[in-house]
Write a protein that binds this ligand. Structure first.
Ligand code: DGL
Length: 270
């Protein structure tokens, strides 16, 4: 039906959600995807829950005007602060959220000492506390937030001395606690995985949420019988900030295998 061939939407405050987008592209190659970055308002990670709810409801309203069939919130900060709010506000719309994979981390950890690295708002949220209590009750959990990493990814600065310096500082509590598993609780951070690994050591498992979110998206599409029947997907990119910058940075961080799928970013005003 026509519903099936509508696009799914992937939203974030910036380019970070592309770490989820790329897993959805891989798992669901027939789905068309509209990516929306609220780059004019980044960072979300230092904003209040109320502000995040207002901003994200504007994003969803725009996406409904684009007739998307499902929304993936590819942003932990938006998920923990606004998912419940958005589901109440848009009860007919399937919405998939992104949270750190606490349960998987607790399962793969041998030492039962795990870390979660998020933004400040996410680390301090009740939602994250509840995840930890529900899914890692037998673990010691080091739950840390920072507002210093997102801008590096937004600039496409995925290595270098100043990044290393910040990472050394941010990752110290995890190293001191001797965690053997680190869950990334912000969708920007998977782009820093190589540099994080250099600092925490190759024996520490680093887990992001991309594949779990892609699988959940597939499940919801299947359960609603709205998987795409189309074979030629389209990929569209909107940003509330500068389109050329978004396109350049997105291509740069996504890697050469997928950079060809990113073009024609368009600026929108909400
Ligand atoms: N990518 C967002 C997340 O997953 C955070 C970026 C921001 O602070 O806006 O939490």
């Amino acid at each position: 039906s026509s519903m099936n061939n509508r696009s799914i939407a992937v939203i974030d405050s910036g380019v970070g959600g592309l770490s989820v987008w790329k897993e959805i592209v891989s798992l669901l190659p027939h789905e068309s995807i509209v990516y929306l970055a609220d780059s004019a308002n980044i960072p979300y990670g230092t904003k209040s829950a109320d502000t995040i709810q207002q901003l994200s409801s504007r994003l969803v309203n725009f996406l409904l005007s684009q007739e998307v069939k499902l929304v993936v919130i590819a942003c932990n900060t938006m998920t923990v602060n606004a998912l419940d709010f958005l589901r109440k506000m848009f009860p007919m719309l399937p919405i998939v959220g992104t949270v750190p994979v606490v349960k998987t981390a607790a399962t793969v950890s041998q030492s039962k000492r795990i870390g979660i690295l998020s933004t400040i708002t996410t680390a301090q949220s009740q939602y994250q506390q509840d995840l930890i209590h529900a899914f890692a009750p037998e673990c010691e959990v080091i739950n840390e937030g920072t507002d210093e990493l997102v801008s590096f990814v937004e600039r496409g600065e995925l290595q270098g001395e100043s990044l290393t310096q910040i990472l050394e500082k941010v990752l110290t509590p995890f190293k001191q606690a001797g965690v053997d598993t680190l869950a990334l609780g912000c969708t920007h951070y998977p782009f820093l995985r190589d540099e994080i690994k250099k600092i925490v050591g190759k024996d520490v498992h680093i887990l992001d949420s991309g594949t779990a979110v892609a699988r959940q998206t597939e499940r919801i599409l299947r359960n609603n019988s709205i998987l795409s029947e189309r074979h030629e997907p389209t990929y569209t990119f909107y940003t509330t900030s500068d389109a050329a910058t978004f396109e350049r940075i997105a291509k740069q961080i996504i890697g050469h295998r997928m950079s060809g799928l990113i073009r024609h970013a368009e600026h929108i005003t909400l």
